[in-house]
Design a protein around this ligand. Structure first.
Ligand code: FES
Length: 210
């Protein structure tokens, strides 16, 4: 029996067969390479672990509920009688809802004036600049502050004439009872110096029902 080598001796290699072999080998190599390359070509699915911030419970402060008694409105208060002012220039110091006030008979019809001649007016006794006590000057019909020398015209609703204040003086709203001559205060027309709320910071003492 002839060996295969012997059999093939002298034969020329078959080019088609060689091409098939080479092609097959190349195909196998290509598949293998494809697997490798393919595995690199597509991104891997990454799993990411996110750390969520911890939710902390907020501590709600506990407020203490307090019941406070508040004066909710101005009170009507008897502050003078017309007989207290016999002549022009007469004054009367008194208090209204705990605030120092001054009543003046100006002698001329005045803004906010009451009485037979509409010349009795009332004002806060505290300067609108820094709260210094005021005094009346009958010569000028002004309330004077000797702290920084401001003046308020009491015939013109407490208009500042000179000095530091940038507002009128708080004026009392007055009511006159012609049958009795009584003069009542009903409230202020603006804030009294030092008060953030005239009503809440005032008192009801001395008030009368309207
Ligand atoms: S306190 Fe009256 S002007 Fe200053």
């Amino acid at each position: 029996m002839m060996s295969t080598e012997k059999k093939n001796e002298g034969k020329k290699p078959d080019p088609d067969r060689r091409a098939i072999i080479i092609g097959g080998a190349a195909a196998v190599a290509g598949v293998a390479a494809g697997i490798v390359i393919g595995s690199q070509a597509f991104p891997k699915l990454l799993t990411k672990t996110e750390v969520q911030p911890e939710v902390t419970k907020e501590v709600v402060p506990q407020y203490i509920t307090k019941t406070v008694t508040q004066v909710e409105k101005y009170v009507k208060q008897l502050v003078a009688n017309v007989s207290d002012f016999p002549t022009a220039g007469t004054t009367k110091m008194t208090t209204y809802m705990g605030y120092q006030v001054i009543l003046i008979k100006t002698g001329v019809p005045s803004i906010g004036g009451v009485g037979p001649d509409n010349d009795i007016v009332g004002f806060s006794g505290y300067c609108a600049h820094m709260g210094y006590p005021l005094s009346y000057d009958p010569n000028t019909n002004c309330l004077l502050c000797t702290m920084h020398f401001s003046q308020y015209d009491v015939t013109k609703g407490g208009m500042q004439v000179i000095g530091h204040p940038n507002q009128y003086l708080a004026q009392l709203i007055l009511e006159y009872d012609s049958s009795s001559g009584n003069i009542y205060a009903l409230g202020f027309n603006k804030l009294v110096y030092g008060a953030y709320n005239n009503v809440l910071q005032g008192t009801t003492s001395g008030g009368v029902s309207s």
